[in-house]
Design a protein around this ligand. Structure first.
Ligand code: ATP
Length: 300
């Protein structure tokens, strides 16, 4: 079931000196239960898309719908938790106050909100800082209270713009675990990131965006298989098949075989009295794949 539909968005920013085409037909859907990563280079249009989904700005053309309701209606966001890139909060509020403020926006019952606020402060390791003003929080603490505030009304969908930027490794692990835990409970998560390993670790699907549109959608299993570039073959004899052999032990040798050459190579091995001990895939990273896809898009 589809919970978000972004359809053919166009957005041009005009300033005195120049025009920037930020979105050029951005389209995608998010399905219930997904953790969908929105990956793209700087300026690809990720934040612009998210701002349109949250009705912070309006598109020139196209539409964004959440749970079937156009994003221009506040009702569309009742079940959404949203964290912007570089969140800026009223910094005289304490962490606890911010959670209660968010709860009031979503009309959460005050007693329910109080209980939930303390649970979230505990989960995000902010209990000790609960009554301190946010202006005294570190960047990581602001990210954590920001994430906590998106959860105060038990949203069905989370939309997070670069949620892990600026977090230390422990903070990133906390966020990733939290996202996985929420997803297990049925929350659909859409988040943008520059940090490819974070996307690779937790996403069920990745959208690669460039120059204002989606250039590729990859399922987790596709990432697993499409990143294979060749194979490391282990044999028991130093045979000459035209590929460079590495000696592992007196009885084990390995060579790297390009993906498109495996069948021919196995045929050649058949004519020698050698045994194939093992074949393991050699992979490029999602990062290499991302660079290739965006470079290809540049030359098209
Ligand atoms: N308010 C604005 N006025 C003028 N240009 C803008 C405005 N907002 C965004 N842009 C431009 O639109 C393009 C897309 O920006 P956007 O912030 O959506 O990219 P992004 O993919 O989120 O990038 P990053 O990963 O660097 O945050 C960029 O060229 C940006 O400079």
């Amino acid at each position: 079931m589809e919970v978000i539909r972004v359809n053919n968005l166009y957005k041009t920013f005009k300033s005195k000196r120049k025009k920037v085409n930020a979105l050029n037909g951005m389209s995608f859907t998010v399905n219930k239960g997904e953790i969908l990563g929105f990956l793209g280079p700087n300026g690809a249009g990720k934040s612009t898309t998210i701002k349109i989904m949250m009705d912070l700005i309006r598109a020139d053309r196209g539409s964004a719908k959440i749970l079937g309701i156009d994003s221009s209606s506040p009702v569309a966001r009742l079940k959404v938790g949203f964290m912007p890139e570089n969140p800026q909060y009223y910094d005289t509020l304490t962490g606890y106050d911010l959670l209660m403020f968010s709860a009031a926006i979503f009309k959460v019952d005050k007693n329910v909100a109080k209980k939930r606020a303390w649970e979230l402060l505990e989960e995000f390791e902010l209990k000790d800082a609960a009554k301190r003003p946010i202006r005294k929080y570190s960047k990581g603490m602001i990210q954590r209270i920001g994430f906590a505030s998106t959860l105060i009304h038990d949203p069905e969908i989370l939309i997070l713009d670069e949620p892990m930027s600026g977090l230390d490794p422990m903070g990133r692990v906390l966020f990733k675990n939290k996202m996985l835990e929420l997803n297990k409970k049925g929350v659909t998560i859409f988040f943008s990131s520059h940090i490819i390993p974070d996307i690779e670790d937790i996403c069920s699907r990745v959208l690669i965006v460039n120059r204002g549109k989606v250039v590729k959608s990859l399922e987790k299993t596709e990432i697993k298989y499409l990143t294979t570039t060749g194979f490391k073959v282990i044999i028991d004899n130093p045979v000459n098949i035209g590929l460079k052999l590495e000696k592992i032990t007196d009885n084990l040798y390995s060579f790297l075989c390009p993906k498109n050459n495996l069948i021919d190579t196995l045929e050649k091995l058949k004519t020698h009295s050698t045994e194939i001990i093992d074949i393991e895939p050699v992979k490029k990273s999602l990062e290499d794949m991302f660079v290739e896809i965006t470079m290809q898009d540049k030359t098209n």
